[in-house]
Design a protein around this ligand. Structure first.
Ligand code: HEM
Length: 376
């Protein structure tokens, strides 16, 4: 998509489009504009307010699709489990999970990076935080893939069925936890919901579904897209092997260069907004092309160059403003451990396919490859 973005940044940076739903909206592609839009409180994320609560899928009853004060309340309920300090305490445990996954591949000479490593690692971690059974990971993957890819017509018809199964599964799980709460995050949320003050039943479902989906669809592509960038740039990969302390910068560069979330979720104008030389009418949608903003030459010199020594990279891969990704500290730590462990264990790994033949996921939200075959 990058040449298209470059063209838009130059010629049509605030670009009016009609979405398949027939609604008008705007695509923002420049970095400076993206930052302003993501922080503008005249733009709402509350879809229930826009379309009416009864027309909404249950998956929007969470912080990602709320405005203050609901946003603050819902985010506050789970924030503690995702602070950098709390997450840093998980380092050794995540390292063990990564080593165990790679132990199983030790005797093989090839792997599919996505299915064998990049996908299971974050799933095991988020399942443990939430306290949901790991045996059900295949079902979670299927459900969350359908929900995320629902913007592509291929998946639209499966959406209803899979969404319903997902909701039934979670409700049954909450009933179980209500009878026997544990130390996990879902137990804490269930207790809050039962106290009847901080969280409604629909919000409990919305927040847990969001964490499962976010835990499934994003970090996998940080690891996948990141390793792909290293394989395509052997000098950068050699540099990282020589100087492992560059890993923090390398992860930020992977997030900037090929971010896992291509577009922000949509915002809509609460009132008419003049933005630069355009008028965004009340009710119109605004979407930020995060991966375009992250390649804006005005902000990042040599933006199309993958350079893990880039200093100070205020990329927008995790968004900006009040909806800045809650899981960012966890995703960064998982990314660091995953990349370094792979490089240490399989320093000679090679891509076993033509990079241009790799198949990318459909849909507009996540940017990631379906399979990455590696020769170990
Ligand atoms: C929000 C990206 C991993 C949980 C966001 C947003 C972005 C993003 C761009 C803001 C969307 C918007 O403003 O429209 C990413 C990327 C990840 C990642 C690139 C991995 C590399 C995770 C993980 C979790 C998570 C692992 C949790 C387990 C959330 C939540 C929000 C969010 C709860 C909503 C925050 C709010 O509305 O206040 N993420 N995410 N994310 N993310 Fe992530």
């Amino acid at each position: 998509p990058y040449p298209v973005y470059e063209n838009l940044r130059k010629n049509n940076p605030i670009y009016k489009v009609m979405f398949p739903s027939g609604e008008f909206g705007w695509i923002i592609t420049r970095y400076e504009d993206a930052v302003e839009i993501l922080k503008d409180s005249r733009l709402s994320k509350d879809v229930a307010k826009r379309y009416g609560a009864e027309n909404q899928s249950i998956f929007v009853n969470n912080m990602l699709f709320s405005d203050p004060p609901d946003h603050r309340r819902l985010r506050g309920l789970v924030q503690k489990a995702f602070t950098p300090k709390w997450i840093a305490g998980m380092r050794d445990h995540i390292q063990t999970i990564a080593d165990n996954l790679l132990d199983q591949l030790e005797s093989k000479d090839q792997m599919n990076l996505i299915d064998d490593f990049a996908f299971p690692l974050p799933i095991i971690v988020i399942s443990e935080i939430l306290g949901v059974p790991l045996e059900d990971q295949d079902k979670f993957r299927m459900w969350s893939n359908t929900i995320i890819d629902a913007t592509s017509s291929e998946h639209a018809e499966m959406f209803e069925q899979h969404a319903q199964e997902f909701i039934e599964y979670l409700n049954a799980w909450f009933d179980k936890v209500r009878k026997e709460p544990g130390n996990d995050l879902i137990s804490q949320l269930v207790v809050a919901e039962e106290a009847g003050e901080k969280l409604t039943e629909n919000e409990l479902l919305g927040v847990v579904a969001l964490l499962i989906i976010a835990g499934h669809e994003t970090t996998v592509n940080l690891i996948g897209n990141g390793i792909l960038a290293l394989l395509e740039h052997p000098s950068q990969r050699d540099l990282l092997i020589e100087q492992p302390e560059l890993i923090h910068q390398a992860i930020e560069e992977m997030l900037r260069y090929n971010g896992p979330v291509e577009f922000s979720t949509s915002r809509w104008a609460l009132e008419e907004i003049q933005f630069r030389d355009q008028f965004i009418s009340q009710g119109e949608l605004v979407i930020v092309a995060l991966d375009s903003a992250n390649r804006d030459e005005q902000q990042f010199p040599d933006a199309d160059v993958f350079d893990i020594t880039r200093e100070k990279s205020p990329h927008l891969a995790f968004g900006k403003g009040i909806h800045l990704c809650l899981g960012a500290p966890l995703a960064r730590l998982e990314g660091e451990i995953a990349v370094m462990t792979l490089l240490r264990r399989f320093p000679n790994m090679q891509l076993q396919a033509d990079v241009h033949q790799l198949e990318w996921r459909p849909g507009m939200i996540v940017r990631g490859v379906k399979e990455i075959p590696l020769q170990l």
